[in-house]
Design a protein around this ligand. Structure first.
Ligand code: CAA
Ligand code: NAI
Length: 710
C-alpha cells in the first residue's frame, strides 16, 4: 500500500535477543510495505553478529491476521511473503514467534517459518484462505503437515476453521502456551515477554535453529498420511470452489516432493486460484462486509448503552430476536398482547434454545443463565426501564403507530425505539412519537437468531448516536449491519419485491414456481424465492400489495397468483401450505393444486404458457435485482453497491462466492445487462426500463465497483 514503505517493524535489543515488533494497525496484515520492512529487519539482524536470537512479535490486537486481502488480484509486489518467510526460516540463529490475538493465514505461515512458537492461551490460529477461495500461499501447505501430519493439516486448511492455542499445542504447532495476562499487562506485552523468555531458555540450553522444512514428525506414518489425503479426495468440494482440492494436492506433495518443489506447486495453485471467479467473489464479500460498517456521519459517534432490551410481539420474528439478544448476553423483556400469545412467544424462544442445546451449541447451564435474563409480560409498563425496544407486531401501520405512541409514553427519555417492519414507513412511525430522533428501523431477517444480516434503517430524524447504537447492537449480536434509507422495503425487500415481480411474470408466462426455485438454487442460492416466501409468510407481502393497490397504475401488469394462495389462507410454512405443501411430513413438497391454480390464472388472462429455460430465469432474476439496486443507489437508499451485495448475500441467500448481484453484474459486464433490459423493456417497460445509473455507468465505461469507494 502506498505510504507504508519500510514502516511497520520496530526493532529492539535485549541481552543479545533482537525483538522485531510488527506494528501495522488494525490487524498487522502483511502488505508489501510490511513485507519489505520485515525482510530488511531480518537481513539486518542476520548481519549483526551480536544478535544471538530473534523474536518476532506484534503490537496491537493481534499477530498478523494474514496477507493484505486488498492486494489480492493486483500484480504481486516484491518481496513475496513466501520469500520473506524462507529468509526467516534460514536465519542462522534461533527464531521465536510470539503470538497473541488471531494468527491467521499468512500470519500463521509467518509463525511456522520461525523455529519455535509461543502463544498466549487466548490466541486463535487458523488458515481461513479457503473461505477466500485460495490456499495458504506462503509455505503453509508444506510446513504444516511436516509438523501435524496430513489429517490435521487438511482439516485446518480445508475447513478454514481456526483452533485455540491448546489444540494448536496438541497438534505440535506451538511449543509453549502461556496464560493470558491479567488487567495489568497488555496481551502484546505478555506475548513479547513470553517470547523473549523462551528465546533466553533456548540460548541457555544451547539449542539452535529448527527449520520447519527439515521436520519430519508429520511424516512418521506415511500410510496414515496417504489415507488422510485419500479421504479428503473422496469428499470433493463443488466444482466452482476449487481451493480445497488444490490444498489437498499440495498437502499430498509435501510428503512426496522436495520442499522447494512443494513450494512451487503451492505457488502455482495460489496464482490459479486467486484469479478464479470464486476467489474474486469471496474477496469482494469479505471486503464489502467490512466496508458496510463505515457509515459517513456516524463513525466515531458513541452509541447508547445497551443492557436490557424490550421486544414487542413474540411471533416468528420477535421470538427469534429475543433468542438472539439472549445469546449476546443482553437482558430481554418480551411483551405480548395477552397471556396465551405470551405463552406461545415464550415457547418459541424455549424451542430455539432447546434446539441449540440438542445440537451442542448451548450448554444446559448457559441456557439456564439466558433464561434468567428473560422476562415475559403482557404489561407494557414493564418496558419503562429498557434501553431499546424492538417492535415486531403484525405488519399493520395503525397497530405499529399505536404501539410506538405507547412506547414513547412509557419508555424513559433517551431510550431508543426500533421497528422490525418489513416495508412500512419508519419516518411516519417516528412522527407518531414525540422523540423522532430516537427512532430507527432494525430490520432483522427470518430466522432472526440465525440470519446474520441487520438492515439499520436510518430515518430523516434519526440521531447519529441512535444509528450508531443500531450498528453497535449488530456487532454485539455478531451480525453484519448495513445502513438503509427509508423506502418501501428498504434495500433488501424492495429488491426482492421487484425480483419477485419478474419471477411472477415468468410463472404466469409458463415457468413453474418450482422451476424458478430450482434454477436459482442451481445458480447458487440456498433457497429459491418461492421457498423463501413460504418461510417468511405470504401474508406480509399480501398486506403490502393491498396497501399499494390504490396507487398502482392500472395499465401495469399484475400477477394475482400469490393473492389466490393468500385468499385460501395458504400463508406458507406457518399454515402448512403456501407455494409448497408443508403439511404432509415432507419438507416443501410441490403442490399440484398450486399448479392448477396457476393454470387457471393463465387461462383467465388468456396467456398461452411458453417454455422458459433456466438461463432465462437466472438472467431475468439478476437483471431485476441489479436494475432495482441501481435505482436504490441513485435515491441514496443504499450507500454503495457493495452494501447491496452484503444485503443480498446475508439476507436472501445470494451465493457468497459470486460476491453479490452488483458484483455479478460487473463480472458479466454492464453492457450485456443494458442489452437485456432494453430488449425486455419493449414488452414490460414498468419493470425493465434501465435505471439511468446503469446507462450512465455504461456510457462512461465504469462499473458498480467504481462506486464502492465512497
Ligand atoms: N487484510 C486486509 N485488511 C484486513 C485483513 C486482511 N487480511 N483482516 C482484517 N482486515 C481489516 C478489516 O478490513 C477491517 O478494516 P477497517 O477497520 O478499515 O474496516 C479491520 O481489519 C478489522 O477487521 P474486522 O472488522 O474483521 O475485525 P474483527 O476483530 O471482527 O476480526 C479478524 C478480526 C478475525 C482478523 C478478521 O478481520 C479476519 O478474519 N480477517 C481475515 C483473516 C484472513 O482471512 N486471513 C487470511 C488472509 S489470506 C492469506 O493470508 C493468504 C496467504 O497465504 C498469504
Ligand atoms: P407474527 O404474526 O408471527 O407475530 C406477530 C406477533 O405480534 C404475534 O405473536 C402477535 O400476538 C403480536 N402482537 C400483535 N399485536 C401486539 C401488541 N399490540 N402488543 C404485543 N404483541 C402484539 O409476525 P412476524 O412474522 O413475526 O412479523 C412481525 C413483524 O416483523 C412484521 O412487521 C413483519 O413485517 C416483520 N418482519 C417479518 C419477517 C418475516 O420473515 N416474517 C422478516 C422481517 C421482518
Amino acid at each position: 500500500m502506498a505510504g507504508d514503505e519500510g514502516q511497520g517493524v520496530r526493532v529492539e535489543d535485549e541481552d543479545g535477543i533482537r525483538i522485531l515488533e510488527i506494528d501495522r494497525p488494525p490487524v498487522n496484515a502483511l502488505g508489501h510495505g510490511l513485507r519489505a520492512a520485515l525482510a530488511a529487519a531480518v537481513a539486518a539482524a542476520a548481519a549483526s553478529p551480536g544478535v544471538r536470537a530473534l523474536v518476532i512479535a506484534a503490537a496491537g490486537r493481534s499477530f498478523p491476521a494474514g496477507a493484505d486481502i486488498r492486494e489480492f488480484g493486483r500484480p504481486p509486489q516484491p518481496p513475496l511473503l513466501t520469500e520473506v518467510l524462507c529468509a526467516i526460516e534460514s536465519f542462522p540463529r534461533p527464531v521465536v514467534a510470539a503470538l497473541h490475538g488471531t494468527a491467521l493465514g499468512g500470519g500463521l505461515e509467518l509463525a511456522l517459518a520461525a523455529h519455535y512458537r509461543v502463544a498466549l492461551a487466548t490466541t486463535r490460529l487458523g488458515f481461513p484462505e479457503v473461505t477466500l477461495g485460495i490456499l495458504p500461499g506462503a509455505g503453509g501447505t508444506q510446513r504444516t503437515p511436516r509438523i501435524t501430519g496430513a489429517a490435521a493439516a487438511l482439516r485446518l486448511m480445508r475447513t478454514g476453521q481456526p483452533v485455540g492455542a491448546a489444540e494448536a499445542e496438541a497438534l505440535g504447532l506451538l511449543d509453549l502456551v502461556v496464560p493470558a495476562p491479567g488487567p495489568g499487562e497488555s496481551p502484546t506485552a505478555a506475548a513479547r515477554r513470553a517470547g523473549t523468555a523462551f528465546a533466553r531458555g533456548i540460548l541457555a540450553e544451547g539449542l539452535g535453529p529448527r527449520p520447519t522444512r527439515e521436520r519430519r514428525e508429520g511424516f512418521a506414518d506415511p500410510a496414515a498420511y496417504a489415507e488422510a489425503v485419500r479421504a479428503a479426495r473422496a469428499d470433493p468440494p463443488p466444482a466452482h470452489l476449487p481451493a480445497a482440492g488444490r490444498i489437498t494436492d499440495c498437502v499430498e506433495a509435501a510428503l512426496l516432493l522436495p520442499f522447494e518443489a512443494g513450494l512451487a506447486l503451492e505457488r502455482a495453485g495460489s496464482e490459479d486460484l486467486v484469479a478464479t471467479e470464486a476467489a474474486q467473489g469471496l474477496r469482494h464479500a469479505f471486503l464489502s462486509e467490512r466496508r458496510a460498517a463505515h457509515v459517513p456521519g456516524i463513525e466515531g459517534v458513541a452509541p447508547r448503552t445497551l443492557e436490557v432490551l424490550g421486544v414487542v410481539g413474540g411471533g416468528l420474528m420477535g421470538a427469534g430476536i429475543a433468542a438472539a439478544l439472549l445469546s449476546a448476553g443482553l437482558g430481554v423483556v418480551l411483551l405480548e398482547r395477552d397471556g396465551e400469545a405470551l405463552d406461545r412467544g415464550l415457547a418459541r424462544v424455549a424451542e430455539i434454545k432447546e434446539r441449540a442445546v440438542a445440537r451442542g451449541r448451548l450448554t444446559e447451564a448457559a441456557r439456564a443463565a439466558e433464561w434468567s435474563r428473560l422476562i415475559g409480560t403482557t404489561d407494557m409498563e414493564a418496558l419503562a426501564g429498557v434501553d431499546l425496544a424492538i417492535e415486531a407486531v403484525f405488519e399493520d401501520f395503525d397497530l405499529k403507530a399505536r404501539v410506538f405512541r405507547d412506547l414513547d409514553r412509557i419508555m424513559r427519555p433517551g431510550a431508543v425505539i426500533a421497528t422490525n417492519t418489513s416495508y412500512l414507513d419508519v419516518d411516519a412511525l417516528a412522527a407518531a412519537t414525540g422523540r423522532p430522533a430516537d427512532i430507527l428501523g432494525l430490520h432483522f431477517f427470518s430466522p432472526a437468531h440465525v440470519m446474520r444480516l441487520l438492515e439499520v434503517v436510518v430515518g430523516r430524524a434519526t440521531a447519529p448516536a441512535v444509528a450508531a447504537t443500531g450498528f453497535a447492537l449488530a456487532r454485539r449480536l455478531g451480525k453484519v449491519a448495513v445502513r438503509a434509507g427509508v423506502t418501501d422495503g428498504f434495500i433488501g425487500n424492495r429488491i426482492l419485491a421487484t425480483w419477485r415481480t419478474a419471477m411472477d411474470f415468468l410463472v404466469e408466462d409458463g415457468a413453474s414456481p418450482y422451476a424458478v426455485d430450482a434454477a436459482l438454487r442451481d445458480f447458487g442460492f440456498s433457497l429459491g424465492p418461492y421457498a423463501v416466501a413460504d418461510l417468511a409468510g405470504l401474508e406480509i407481502a399480501w398486506a403490502r400489495r393491498q396497501r399499494l393497490a390504490s396507487a398502482r397504475d392500472p395499465s401495469h401488469r399484475t400477477v394475482a397468483i400469490a393473492d389466490r394462495l393468500c385468499e385460501r389462507g395458504w400463508f406458507g410454512q406457518k399454515t402448512g401450505r403456501g407455494w409448497y405443501r408443508h403439511d404432509q411430513g415432507r419438507r416443501g413438497a410441490e403442490d399440484p393444486e398450486v399448479l392448477a391454480l396457476i393454470a387457471e390464472e393463465r387461462a383467465r388472462k388468456g396467456i398461452l404458457p411458453r417454455a422458459v429455460d433456466p438461463a432465462e430465469i437466472v438472467a431475468r432474476a439478476l437483471a431485476a435485482m441489479v436494475n432495482e439496486g441501481a435505482r436504490i443507489l441513485a435515491e441514496g437508499i443504499a450507500l454503495r453497491p457493495s452494501d447491496i451485495d452484503v444485503v443480498m448475500v446475508h439476507g436472501y441467500g445470494y451465493p457468497r462466492w459470486r460476491g453479490g448481484p452488483m458484483r455479478t453484474a460487473d463480472h458479466g459486464g454492464l453492457l450485456a445487462l443494458r442489452r437485456n433490459l432494453l430488449a425486455w423493456a419493449a414488452d414490460e417497460p414498468e419493470l425493465w426500463t434501465p435505471a439511468p445509473l446503469i446507462l450512465d455507468l455504461v456510457k462512461n465505461g465504469r462499473d458498480f465497483a467504481s462506486l464502492d469507494a465512497g
